[in-house]
Design a protein around this ligand. Structure first.
Ligand SMILES: Cc1ncc(COP(=O)(O)O)c(C=O)c1O
Length: 440
């Protein structure tokens, strides 16, 4: 391949990217280790976002890399339809052990989007196999992000992700989002106001009748729409209302799982147990694609009891469900999290992180700051008539200064790998401060 072909950026239609802007001034990453990427010019870039919220143990971790290398050489692929290989079972058991007892079975996918679609399908099919086939409605939430499958965008609440794609799934309704800056701005940790927003579920249930509703899906902390932290008591109320009406509650923990909040999962952090948990990203530290659903035993049992002996119980699955290399990566990743105590590390660092994020109070154009675990958000006043520009400019300026941040709308979201050191937290937050000072 000659140089011009190798460097031709045209062919790749990049996802969720301003393609023309990128291709006019590319930001190409070529190596990574620990807290840093290296770009094509050889500059070290501090990773303030754990890649895309996935590299929780930091980059290039040897035990994971070596597990992947060993596995790909030993068993590159094995089907899991009517067949199996030991690592998929081992990975499932390890995952189940991270959650409270009733959540003890695992269905594997390759991404968060597929995890969400799997959970939604399992919810509808579960009611059907129990003789409640009228329960087909799905309830999501405004400002929810559940990936990009048709199920995920239907229950999701981001209009740009929905409006281009036709009528979406039928029979979907949405809870209101929980972002109340007029009451909760500059909250540290869980905001005080807004638990009553969960009661909107009662209104939706009354409208449609419980007998038509299969499941409610929410991110315990909404990540992609700008770190929306659940108001105190909100998740508990959702749980109560779902239980009362026989509706399954799904927590989408694609971001909140694997230590991001300073606990294994949001389930542990908030002490609220849903019926299913979706995961992806941190399960393999981002090295190999993998996702899935952790579900309650009674859901699994319902499928086992409903199908005749020796027949398939769930007509759903992916060629790469429980892929051996992904399973090896997941096992090594979970072992590494445990050995290094990374979830506890995140919890211990959280107060320092909180103080660092809130040190930006009073910085130019900052209208809200919020934090939980090792996640922080800096919300900016949009430039009139040019929404998203202020934050995107900040992203570009931070990149010039060798720091990777992430923006969504006019919100900067920070989520460093859990191995971050205090001096790196300082650099990250100071860089954001400088960028805001210099920006328009
Ligand atoms: C909460 C949540 N669900 C689902 C997804 C989709 O995951 P993927 O991009 O792996 O399909 C994401 C990705 O950011 C997410 O944050």
């Amino acid at each position: 391949m000659d140089g011009s072909l190798r460097n031709n950026l045209e062919a790749f239609f990049m996802p969720f990217t301003a393609n023309r802007q990128f291709k006019s001034a590319p930001r190409l990453l070529v190596e990574a280790e620990g807290m840093y990427f290296k770009d094509q010019a050889g500059r070290r870039i501090l990773d303030g976002t754990a890649g895309l919220w996935c590299v929780n143990a930091g980059h290039g971790r040897k035990p994971i890399v070596e597990a992947v290398q060993r596995q790909v050489a030993k068993l590159d692929y094995a089907p899991t339809f009517q067949m199996g290989h030991p690592l998929a079972f081992e990975a499932a058991a390890k995952l189940a052990a991270m959650l409270p007892a009733p959540l003890d079975h695992v269905f594997f996918s390759n991404s968060g989007s597929e995890a969400v679609d799997s959970a939604l399908k399992i919810a509808i099919a579960y009611h059907r196999v129990r003789g409640e086939g009228t329960r087909t409605r799905l309830i999501g939430r405004e400002r929810g992000y559940h990936g990009v499958g048709f199920g995920g965008i239907s229950v999701g609440g981001i209009s740009a992700n929905r409006k281009f794609f036709g009528p979406l799934l039928a029979g979907v309704d949405h809870l209101p989002h929980t972002h109340l800056p007029e009451k909760n701005a500059f909250s540290k940790g869980v905001p005080a106001h807004g638990a009553e927003l969960a009661d909107e579920l009662e209104r939706i249930v009354a409208l449609h009748d419980p007998s038509t509703i299969a499941a409610v899906i929410v991110e315990p902390v909404a990540g992609s729409t700008g770190v929306l932290i659940p108001p105190k008591g909100y998740l508990e109320r959702l749980r109560e209302i779902c239980t009362k009406h026989g509706i399954l509650l799904i927590f989408d923990e694609v971001i909140t799982g694997f230590g991001r909040l300073g606990s294994s999962f949001a389930v542990e952090h908030f002490g609220v147990v849903p019926d299913m948990v979706t995961f992806a990203k941190g399960v393999t530290n981002g090295t190999i694609p993998m996702g899935g659903v952790i579900l309650k035993r009674e859901i699994y049992d319902a499928f086992m009891e409903a199908a005749p002996e020796n027949t398939i119980e769930l007509f759903h699955g992916y060629t790469y469900s429980g892929h051996p290399v992904a399973a090896a990566a997941a096992i090594a990743t979970m072992d590494l999290y445990k050995e290094e105590g990374l979830f506890e590390r995140a919890r211990d660092l959280a107060p320092y992180w909180e103080a660092a994020i809130h040190s930006l109070k009073g910085a130019r154009n900052v209208i809200d700051l919020r934090n939980i675990g090792l996640v922080g958000a800096i919300e900016l006043e949009p430039i009139p008539g040019k929404p998203t520009k202020r934050a995107f400019d900040a992203f570009l300026k931070a990149w010039e200064k060798g720091v990777l941040i992430r923006t969504t709308g006019d919100i900067i979201a920070l989520s460093p790998p859990l191995i971050v050191e205090k001096k790196e937290i300082d650099r990250l937050v100071e860089t954001v401060g400088e960028v805001l000072k210099e920006a328009a």
